[in-house]
Design a protein around this ligand. Structure first.
Ligand code: PMP
Ligand code: GLU
Length: 397
């Protein structure tokens, strides 16, 4: 029998990608599925970025790239962060990888030893716990439900810290909830972390530009933790570039060096053409970012308005990203024929089969009782999907 490593056997496949694949398979079979499962902008990559990629090919940017990324791209990233967050990094602190996903995994693998504890507020994006598992670390989950707007308090953070805590992972704006920590809320969390100099802060700010609050504070701006704060970002969400696979970490130099060493042995530098496209994204006109952000905000308003009218669904008003994370436990125990809906997994499956709407159960984000809807789709799709969900839920008895 072929041996598969325990490391991989213990790993859960990405539930968001699995659900999206399932809905694509149903679509291929002719079923009219509305896919609210995967989180990716439905917009095309802006033209000037695509043109830069074509020019990169013609100019023969087709060879191995430096492991941390082209210096010109890292400088563009430094300038972009300086302009948006007011923090000045050295290009040596920026390591470009294959998407924010690899950037996150790189940092976790480069800093976490077996048994080290990583504090993860939940609900949390599907991959964090699995990445910590890969590093043989221990995830310490800190739940924050809808009643606290899906944000942990400083007391919750303090209580979760032990002598083995090595990292706190904060995602804001959040996937899967869209919650955004305010500057004051972050300050209160930083005040706790400041008392523990050995704790690294890993800040996943990939949705930083999809924000409806009018202001954003990066965890990279707090001087007390600057020597141990790693910020993750990339072009996937802000510039509708999920398929290009470019993300980065902005890290204290020793961590950046460690990440680069790791990357040199298992992926090398990211794609030359995609890096040139990303450089154009950061140096070119930024209106496209605002246009897409404004479109997501309109859709946020629409989905919140429509979903709030469904009886039994508890809905908050997300302040960023493109997800709604309604509490759905009022439907648990209800039946469709002789089939009982016991949990959010059953409900997501029921919605896929009976309403032909693909969602993701909250269990995948380590918070049962909820489902995640991605509203990165057209207004018509949003209207029709919510109509179908309301209709299917009304049929449960
Ligand atoms: N972090 C979060 C919170 C995400 O939602 C995603 C998107 N899957 C990523 C990281 C990874 O982004 P990328 O596509 O750039 O790898
Ligand atoms: N961020 C997206 C999501 O959560 C992409 C899927 C993934 O990478 O898991 O749906």
């Amino acid at each position: 029998m072929t041996q598969i490593s325990t490391r991989v056997l213990n790993l859960a496949p990405s539930a968001t990608l699995a659900m999206s694949q399932k809905s694509q398979e149903l679509k291929a079979m002719g079923v009219d599925v509305i896919n609210l499962s995967v989180g990716e902008p439905d917009f095309d990559t802006p033209l000037h970025i695509k043109e830069a990629a074509k020019a990169a090919i013609d100019q023969n940017f087709t060879r191995y790239t430096p492991v941390p990324g082209y210096l010109s791209l890292r400088k563009a990233i430094v300038d972009n962060i300086a302009a948006t967050e007011g923090v000045v990094y050295d290009p040596a602190q920026i390591i470009v990888g294959n998407g924010a996903k690899q950037a996150l995994c790189n940092v976790i693998l480069a800093t976490i030893n077996p048994g080290d504890e990583v504090i993860i507020p939940t609900p949390a994006w599907v991959s964090y716990v699995e990445m910590v598992k890969l590093a043989e670390g221990q995830s310490v989950l800190v739940p924050a439900g809808i009643e606290q707007d899906f944000k942990i308090t400083p007391d919750q953070l303090r209580s979760a810290i032990t002598p083995r805590t090595r990292m706190v992972l904060i995602c804001s704006p959040s996937n899967p909830t869209g919650s955004v920590y305010t500057a004051d809320e972050l300050r209160a969390l930083v005040d706790v972390i400041a008392q523990y100099p050995d704790i690294i802060v890993l800040a996943d700010e990939i949705y930083r530009h999809i924000n409806y609050t009018g202001s954003f504070t990066s965890l990279g701006t707090f001087p007390e933790i600057a020597d141990r704060c790693v910020v993750i970002n990339g072009v996937s969400k802000a510039y509708a570039m999920t398929g290009w696979r470019i993300g980065f970490c902005a890290a204290p130099t020793p961590i950046a060096k460690a990440v680069s060493k790791l990357q040199s042995q298992y992926t090398s530098g990211a794609s030359s053409i995609a890096q040139k496209a990303a450089e154009a994204a950061y140096t070119g006109p930024q209106e496209c970012v605002e246009e897409m952000r404004a479109a997501f905000q309109r859709r946020r308003d629409l989905v919140v308005e429509l979903a709030s009218q469904i009886p039994g669904l508890k809905v908050n008003k997300p302040q960023g990203a493109f997800y709604l994370f309604p509490e759905v436990s009022a439907y648990f125990g209800k039946k469709f024929g002789d089939r009982v809906i016991n949990d959010a997994n059953d409900l997501a499956l029921y919605l896929l089969e009976q309403a032909h709407v693909a969602t993701v159960a909250g269990d995948a984000f380590c918070l049962p009782g909820y489902i995640r809807l991605s509203y990165a789709t057209s207004d018509d799709n949003i209207r029709e999907a919510i109509r179908r969900i309301a209709d299917a839920l009304a049929r449960l008895a």
